[in-house]
Design a protein around this ligand. Structure first.
Ligand SMILES: [Zn+2]
Length: 198
């Protein structure tokens, strides 16, 4: 019977793939840790996985495709890493130069560009909060607002929120996730809170 360490390295590495993902996510595995000491290929793989997870946890992801694919191959199901995250960019707002300062009282519209098409929002102040009507010129598979899935009809959906920090949402199209930032994140003025010195 051959000693374990004399087995082909490739077979060993395959046994530890799932555990590398656990370790990258902050867990531990005794066998895999021992294996890592002697296997530079798995150490490299672990480092790549950690980079991917770090980037994802910060909400920014610009890792090269090869890194993405190797992470996807290793991660346990369900695999969501293969979805590219794309940030929508504010291109128009009807508040003009007054920016977010007047947004707490006036109905206004914003438009965001994505690589796939435009996103438009009409924002209506209502009962101390906002009614937000959104229309997306793109095939929408799924919309999440504040962690809640919304019903979408023909690319249109609506929701209520308490502040302009909460108008952002994410939608799934094809193999991408488009992140639409909130009005407060997008407009030139940082906040619609009244200036305390006014
Ligand atoms: Zn290995």
């Amino acid at each position: 019977m051959p000693h374990p360490s004399s087995r082909p390295m490739k077979a060993d590495c395959e046994n530890y793939l799932d555990h590398l993902a656990e370790i990258a996510a902050g867990g531990s595995h005794e066998g895999a840790t021992a294996h890592l000491v002697n296997c530079s290929e798995c150490r490299r793989k672990l480092q790549e996985l950690s980079q991917v997870l770090n980037a994802l946890s910060r909400g920014i992801y610009h890792a090269p495709e090869t890194l993405m694919l190797s992470a996807e191959a290793i991660m346990p199901e369900p695999v969501t890493l293969s979805r590219r995250r794309v940030f929508a960019l504010l291109t128009q707002n009807t508040l003009g130069f007054s920016g977010a300062r007047s947004a707490s009282t006036d109905t206004f519209q914003v438009r965001y560009a994505t690589p796939f098409g435009d996103v438009r929002q009409m924002i209506l102040p209502e009962n101390g909060g906002f009614e937000v009507l959104t229309s997306v010129d793109v095939q929408v598979d799924r919309v999440l607002h504040g962690g809640q899935e919304l019903d979408v009809e023909g690319g249109r959906f609506g929701f209520q929120c308490q502040s302009l920090d909460e108008t952002g949402f994410e939608f799934w199209t094809g193999d991408s996730v488009i992140v639409v930032p909130s009005v407060n994140e997008s407009l030139p003025n940082e906040s619609v809170e009244p200036d305390p010195l006014d």
